[in-house]
Design a binder for this molecule. Structure first.
Ligand SMILES: [Zn+2]
Ligand SMILES: [Zn+2]
Length: 259
């Protein structure tokens, strides 16, 4: 029989997805990476086939209303972050909360939901470029990422930024440290309006006893910045523990955010 029943197809898709989550890079080695936009097998490095890449490149071309540069060349924090003293948020492309068809969104889903190595590497390359455009010398910094909540870790089994950090650390020649842990779960930020997000993340992180933070410069990376509340809470904790400087880099910026 050539055609498998649909339900069986779905089951196999789910199994493959779970195996991908478990083995990440190893799975990409066994099964050639597919375009995160349309699913065709890729014979080149990257996350997209040529057609989807050209759509992605177009979607990326969005200017910051604050400095008028394209997002990848701009370091403006969100308005909420700026109000609270942040100076540098490097990002690559816009994130559209409701438009699943955008290639930029599909890249984020590949990172978040499937934990694909080639998507992580692509995102790391892109973030590296925006940091270079901002004249950030990565070797001066320690790279860190936001620790996932316990609920998220149980659900996904991984932190999607760990692999991105590894790839970015290799590119920039900087160490990766995760000195923070979550002190409580908190309400998922997604479900809250901007006004409540900063309150929700207040004191949500603490520094591990085994970590030394004083005098170090950090780049905190994450997949999406919306209000920037989680990033700011992490930065505040690092600064209280004596960090010398904290800047931010994300793959995407939610476009309903005012910048
Ligand atoms: Zn494609
Ligand atoms: Zn800007």
């Amino acid at each position: 029989m050539m055609n498998l029943p649909c339900a069986k197809d779905m089951k196999m898709k789910d199994i493959k997805k779970n195996i991908r989550s478990l083995f990440g890079r190893f799975f990409d080695f066994l099964y050639p990476p597919a375009c995160v936009g349309c699913g065709v097998l890729l014979d080149d490095v990257g996350a997209f086939c040529p057609e989807c890449l050209s759509e992605y490149e177009q979607e990326k071309q969005r200017n910051c209303p604050h400095c008028f540069r394209v997002l990848q060349a701009c370091d403006c924090p969100t308005a909420e972050m700026r109000k609270r003293g942040a100076k540098h948020l490097y990002k690559v492309f816009p994130y559209h909360p409701t438009n699943r068809e955008k290639k930029t969104n599909q890249l984020i889903y590949a990172l978040k939901d499937m934990h694909l190595y080639h998507a992580s590497k692509f995102v790391a390359d892109e973030m590296y470029m925006s940091l270079l455009l901002g004249d950030v010398r990565l070797s001066d910094y320690v790279l860190t990422y936001i620790p996932a909540s316990k609920t998220r870790m149980v659900k996904r089994g991984y932190n999607q930024m760990k692999m991105v950090a590894k790839c970015l650390g290799e590119l920039g020649g900087c160490p990766i440290e995760v000195p923070l842990y979550r002190t409580r779960e908190g309400t998922p930020q997604k479900s809250l309006p901007t006004s409540k997000r900063f309150e929700n993340t207040k004191g949500i992180f603490s520094v591990k006893k085994s970590s030394s933070v004083a005098g170090k410069k950090y780049i905190i990376i994450d997949d999406i910045a919306t209000s920037g509340a989680t990033l700011m809470a992490a930065a505040a904790t690092l600064r209280e523990a004596g960090a010398d400087r904290v800047i931010f880099a994300t793959a995407a910026l939610t476009i309903r955010t005012h910048i």
